[in-house]
Design a protein around this ligand. Structure first.
Ligand SMILES: [Zn+2]
Length: 103
């Protein structure tokens, strides 16, 4: 499993350092069960998954195997998807529910 952390995610983790441990636990669980842990998003966020860390606070990530099996990787906003293996996780963003959807 290749794991990538995007800048926005790292920045948000710094901002919410109070729950760093909880986030790290969730990240580990997502790495073990990428599909079971996440809920697929729709619309503009098609292809992305969200996983709650605590109430109204979510992690948004991409799983490249899912980008492809959906057959709609063309419109999944997974940059440089084709340069990565199927088993790639990209942690995109982290934050309170409302904030995270304002990407
Ligand atoms: Zn992808």
């Amino acid at each position: 499993m290749e794991t990538l952390f995007e800048k926005a995610f790292v920045k948000a983790l710094r901002k919410h350092s109070g729950i760093k441990n909880q986030v790290e636990n969730k990240v580990r669980m997502i790495m073990e069960h990428p599909l079971a842990m996440g809920e697929p998003l729709k619309g503009n966020f098609r292809g992305f998954y969200s996983c709650p860390v605590k109430k109204s606070f979510i992690i948004i990530y991409l799983y490249c195997r899912a980008c492809r099996t959906k057959g709609d990787h063309e419109i999944v906003a997974c940059s440089d998807c084709s340069e990565h293996e199927n088993e790639t996780l990209k942690f995109v963003l982290l934050g309170p529910h409302d904030e995270a959807y304002g990407i």
